[in-house]
Write a protein that binds this ligand. Structure first.
Ligand SMILES: [Zn+2]
Length: 184
């Protein structure tokens, strides 16, 4: 890894933007999100990953427009076999930090700030957007990449489960009834 990037990730609050200190206009930030970002969040279903994140900040009189673009890989648990697998992710988002205006509930991407906020920590937002970018169905790309031993066991199990106790057959039932009458 590039030594400067390595140094950057070890600094605290690298995702904190100095709202007051930023010059008006555009500022770019480049981050590499790694395992420690996810490990810091005990509740995170993602425990490992490498995600390149580009953050653009446009500072204006009344607001900041933040543009997030990220791309990378995270480790997830496969829904099919339970093993870990690498999931590619890629997404972008636009977030607005607006001074003092009324919160519009319909717009999730608008965050209200006050003139007293001299900085803003983006780390939770970045985490949320990464989680939002994950697919609903989380599996290895192809079933052949799954843990075959586990799949075989699951297959046997579901076959046993799926076998009906007694097939519904009117003739069988009739024979049973007849037999019981004869036996009496
Ligand atoms: Zn799998």
């Amino acid at each position: 890894m590039h030594p400067e990037l390595d140094k950057m990730k070890k600094e605290d609050n690298i995702f904190t933007i100095p709202l007051a200190g930023l010059p008006f206009g555009h500022t770019d930030y480049q981050y590499v999100i790694n395992d420690s970002f996810f490990e810091d969040r005990d509740y995170s279903e993602v425990k490992k990953g490498v995600v390149n994140l580009h953050l653009g900040v446009e500072k204006m009189e009344t607001m900041f427009v933040l543009t997030l673009n990220f791309e990378g890989k995270v480790v997830l648990q496969c829904d099919r076999c339970g093993d870990d697998y690498e999931q590619g992710i890629k997404d972008s988002a636009e977030i607005y930090l607006k001074y003092g205006a009324e919160k519009d509930d319909e717009d999730e991407d608008v965050i209200i700030i006050t003139k007293n906020d001299s900085e803003f920590d983006l780390s939770d937002l970045i985490y949320e957007y990464i989680i939002l970018s994950l697919p609903i169905h989380r599996t290895h790309d192809d079933e052949s990449l799954c843990n075959q031993e586990v799949l075989a066991k699951l297959h046997n199990f579901s076959q046993v489960e799926a076998t009906p106790e007694e097939e519904e057959n009117p003739w069988k039932q009739m024979m049973k009834d007849l037999k019981s009458k004869i036996d009496k």
